[in-house]
Structures are given as structure tokens and as C-alpha cells.
Design a protein around this ligand. Sequence first.
Ligand code: ZN
Length: 161
Amino acid sequence: MNPSTPVEDLLLLPGNWNFDYTYFAGATASRFFAELRDNQRILGRRCPGCERLVVPARSYCDACYVATRDEWEPVGTEGTIDAFGFISTKFPGLPDPPLVIAFVTLDGADSAILNFVEGIDLSDESAAGEYLFTHDRVRVVFSEQREGRITDFHFESVPNS
Ligand SMILES: [Zn+2]
């Protein structure tokens, strides 16, 4: 953009992406999702370089770029919100908005996992944000019907003790 272009001359161009696809999960993610579905467990793998427990389990450490050990460790079913955001637009494949999505570091893990936080009153986003800043502990709630997907669980807020 030419820095001298007046803002009112900038265009908004409509677009649309709509396609189905199949994702090849690979061996590590396949086991991770199967454990969610079959055993209601969230597992990580430890990096031999930095010794972090990487969750969700990955084949490679994203900090060291080395293969994680083929040893699987469950993490706790509570954790702390590292970051959160609100989704107010309908996206194909996602539940109806408004939604809260958060990166949560589960107890025992050294990296965060992304999922929805349910049960938050979103009638006032500002108040909801303030609530989440002051109530950053959440617990994992598994679905009754699980399919081997990240949506097999969600987070719910844990009252401050
Ligand atoms: Zn590492």
C-alpha cells in the first residue's frame, strides 16, 4: 500500500473458501486422539532435549526440532488458561457463536492445548473477559459420545478456591 493512500480509498474484497478435506493425522496424533476417545486421557510425549512434556503429544519438539521419546504420559484434568479469545462469527464446522476458545496448560504439561471453554456467560463480553482473567483455572470435561477428535472434550471454569 502506498502510505499516502487515504484510508477511505482502501477496498474490501469479498471472498469465499468452502471445501471438505481429510486430514492424515499420523501415528502420534492418531494415538493421541484414540486415547481421548477410548480412555478419556490427555497424553503428552517428552522431549529428550529440553525435557518438556509436549501436549498434545507430538512426534517432534517444536523448540528443539528433535523427535520426542516414544513414551506417553498423561496430564492432569485441570489447568491454567494462558490466553483466550471470543469467537462471534459463525464458522463452518464450529458450534454456533458466541464461543470462548483458550490455550490451556494442563497440570503436568509444558505446553498449551487449544479448546473451547463452555459455561461462560457471554451476554457481556467485557465482563466475561474480566471473569476469565480472574478465574483462569479450568477443568477438562469429556463428552459422552467421543469420536477421536479434539471436540471429545471441552473446558469449564473452576471456581477460585
Ligand atoms: Zn525440546
